[in-house]
Design a protein around this ligand. Structure first.
Ligand SMILES: [Zn+2]
Ligand SMILES: [Zn+2]
Ligand SMILES: [Zn+2]
Length: 159
């Protein structure tokens, strides 16, 4: 597997380093992780690596399209090795858990613009936002607890 990755890097003109190989591996193992999470993983294998070095390597790999960088509004960028299939992401507003959603059309851009203003449009960025099942359950169970506490306080203040 690491031979294939080395080859992939070389074919794309990326200088092969232990850091880049390790990053490719952890990105594959932990899809949608942040740079800091990936840095921690790589550090546990290779020892000390600066945060900047991790960001730089991820930048090079993303630029060469070996990994995909996802930048959801209001949260840290995530990385994954699933590139080139124009899939989309479903993100929980509460805990930021992220799922892959296959593109309905499979081609870019999957949404046709009403007026392309003469552009050659190559991407429509689609992110589905919502609340995941655990967060929905948590939100539901929060409400009765709050009410109970309030009721208890009310009862106490009456007596
Ligand atoms: Zn959630
Ligand atoms: Zn993905
Ligand atoms: Zn799509």
């Amino acid at each position: 597997m690491s031979d294939t990755v080395q080859q992939l890097l070389r074919e794309n003109g990326v200088h092969v380093t232990a850091q880049r190989l390790a990053l490719m591996r952890v990105v594959a193992e932990k899809p949608h992780a942040t740079a800091d999470e990936l840095g921690d993983e790589v550090r546990s294998v290779l020892g000390a690596i600066s945060r900047q070095a991790v960001y730089d390597s991820l930048g090079v790999l993303a630029e060469k399209n070996l990994i995909r960088r996802i930048q959801p509004a209001g949260s840290a960028a995530r990385y994954e090795t699933r590139v080139g299939d124009n899939h989309h992401h479903l993100i929980c507003r509460s805990c930021r858990t992220m799922f892959d959603i296959d593109c309905a059309t499979g081609e870019v851009p999957c949404l046709t613009a009403d007026d392309d203003h003469g552009f050659e449009i190559d991407e429509a960025e689609v992110i589905y936002w919502g609340r995941c099942p655990p967060c929905r359950t948590a939100a539901r169970s929060e409400q009765p607890t709050t009410l109970t506490t309030q009721n208890r306080q009310n009862t106490r203040s009456k007596t």
